[in-house]
Write a protein that binds this ligand. Structure first.
Ligand SMILES: [Zn+2]
Length: 110
């Protein structure tokens, strides 16, 4: 299926023809450019990995919430230490994922 990219906002549309208007920014049809086969391949190849990163990000957000509750509960120092390490781990991994996804976007793997 051909892919078309909005020059205004970057929205990628899949279909035989570009849409009448961009679903994201409302730009007219003539603002869409057809992606090359190479560009399409990059997007298709990265799709699974991108969605796995987003799923992991959601889990890390949950871990962050759990760790913050544990820190607040403050049962004893060893527990607080574990929750603090979990919080740092979650925050670091979330930043790593965001940096990687940003790199994917810059390379057209999105
Ligand atoms: Zn657009």
């Amino acid at each position: 299926m051909p892919m078309w990219k909005c020059k205004v906002c970057g929205f990628v549309f899949e279909g035989p023809e570009p849409p009448e208007k961009c679903p994201k920014c409302g730009a007219p049809k003539d603002q869409f450019v057809k992606l090359s086969e190479e560009e399409e391949k990059l997007i298709l190849r990265a799709r699974l990995t991108n969605s796995l990163h987003m799923e992991a990000y959601t889990l890390l957000q949950r871990l962050l919430e759990i760790a913050e509750k544990g820190i607040q509960d403050n049962l004893d120092p060893p527990c607080v230490k574990i929750f603090t390490e979990e919080k740092e781990f979650a925050l670091t991994m979330m930043q790593k994922i965001k940096a990687e996804l940003e790199a994917h976007m810059k390379k057209g793997k999105w």
